[in-house]
Design a protein around this ligand. Structure first.
Ligand SMILES: Cc1ncc(COP(=O)(O)O)c(C=O)c1O
Ligand SMILES: [Zn+2]
Length: 425
């Protein structure tokens, strides 16, 4: 059977229907498309409890595969580029500005393709190989496609990425650099229609959502995000933070992280799971939560966003329920100060984050201002990708670099007038 010796099958977290370990990526057939729910991997928990020992971790590699017993794919033979075990950085200067001195940044820009999606891609494509997949299919114009392309290359599997006409930027270049076959459809909806047919009719192995309403990404891959929770707790000295705040689109990372914290709680390692916050642009989770809904509906697009990576109008069932289980909340963040926040974070902490990756900081500021987050709470925010993924957005705001001759006084004047720094004293 495919998968690690700990994996026993898949299950629907909503109706509890059980399935064997197989290539099933269209959600729960019983709940159906009216209530789109992603399946979750199920494990032999007694065997996990036996194998997952803190003391054993000291000798493990500094990658997310150090927690192999909690992952669906077998560690030997995993498709890996050394993803995970990214730094958890104390961010006192930024924390002071937001009113939360105990702020930490989980810097996922340090992953092999410079985003957190490597955790999903590594597990998903490891399982692809175990399940005998012959083609990796992805529908993405961003980090998910870049990660799928890299790990498919690492696995020696062909990868087709469907995107839409006009998609551009570093991530599109990145996909092609890894040898992915990138094709854009004129009509945005066609990329899902085509990928769905390729999955159904040709057995392509999808790593991303490929039909609507979305159930979420590859069910095995999402469990790769559980390692974010294990790492954060290990890096904090086996303690859970009070809050974890992350930028959310489909909420794969949110759902995966929630399960990771729940694992640690079940194993008796942490007394309680942290409260999770979904920082969103269009607010589909906030709306569903407010309405007390079971499923997440689509919301209207009322503005364009610089946080393009999380510009989805409809999140998922498992994201909503992960929030509720953790007593968390969804916060809708406007676009107004995102680029300023990106600059502020980079200058204060040396961490250059994608615009979507500073959305959690805006959420923290709002929650602190309204008193929901207390001053002495420990808060971890996820920096999901590097700012270099969309450097043009930063360059537009920064403006032109001043050009001068060889005169020292002019240099001092320019530093003063352009950057406000008194070089002469
Ligand atoms: C940089 C970045 N942050 C956050 C997200 C949101 O991820 P998820 O769909 O897991 O909520 C994405 C993904 O699409 C992303 O590319
Ligand atoms: Zn179901």
């Amino acid at each position: 059977m495919a998968g690690s010796r700990f994996l026993t099958g898949l299950a629907c977290p909503r109706c509890r229907a059980a399935f064997p370990v197989e290539a099933r990526f269209d959600g729960c057939p019983h709940c159906g498309r009216a209530a789109p729910v992603n399946l979750v991997p199920v494990y032999d928990e007694a065997a996990q409890r036996e194998a997952f020992r803190r003391e054993a971790l000291a000798d493990r590699p500094p990658t997310m595969w150090r927690y192999a017993e909690m992952l669906p794919a077998a560690a030997d033979g995993a498709v890996t580029l050394g993803e995970g075990f990214t730094p958890l950085l104390a961010a006192e200067r930024m924390g002071a500005r937001l009113g939360v001195p105990r702020l930490w940044l989980k810097d996922e820009s340090r992953n092999p393709t410079w985003s957190f999606k490597d955790r999903l891609a590594s597990v998903a494509i490891s399982m692809a190989r175990e399940l005998g997949a012959s083609v990796i299919g992805s529908s993405s114009s961003g980090n998910a496609g870049a990660a799928a392309a890299a790990y498919a290359a690492r696995a020696g599997l062909p990868c087709v990425v469907l995107t839409f006409e006009g998609a551009a930027g570093a991530m599109m270049t990145q996909m092609r650099a890894y040898g992915a076959m990138v094709v854009a459809t004129r009509d945005k909806a066609d990329r899902w229609r085509l990928l769905e047919r390729c999955v159904r009719e040709l057995g392509w192995y999808p790593t991303t959502p490929y039909f609507g309403p979305p159930v979420g990404s590859n069910a095995y891959g999402v469990d790769g995000y559980k390692t974010l929770a294990y790492e954060i707790v290990e890096q904090l000295g086996w303690r859970a933070p009070d809050w974890c705040v992350l930028p959310v689109a489909y909420g794969d990372a949110l759902a995966g992280m929630a399960r990771g914290f729940e694992d640690l709680h079940r194993l008796g390692i942490i007394p309680a799971v942290p409260r999770l916050v979904a920082a969103e642009i269009y607010g589909s989770l906030a709306a569903a939560d407010k309405a007390g809904a079971d499923i997440v509906g689509a919301v209207e697009k009322d503005h364009d966003t610089v946080a393009v990576s999380i510009g989805t109008l409809q999140s998922t069932w498992q994201a909503l329920h992960a929030l509720r289980r953790s007593r968390g909340l969804a916060v809708r963040v406007g676009d107004a100060d995102l680029m300023a926040l990106q600059a502020e974070l980079a200058a204060a902490e040396g961490v250059y984050a994608e615009p979507s990756s500073v959305v959690p900081l805006a959420a923290v500021r709002a929650l602190r201002a309204q008193g929901t987050i207390a001053e002495d709470d420990t808060v971890v925010t996820l920096v999901t990708a590097t700012g270099l993924k969309d450097a043009d957005a930063t360059a537009r705001r920064a403006g032109a670099i001043p050009v001068i001759g060889g005169d020292l006084d002019t240099l001092f004047d320019t530093i003063g007038s352009v950057y406000g720094f008194a070089a002469r004293h």
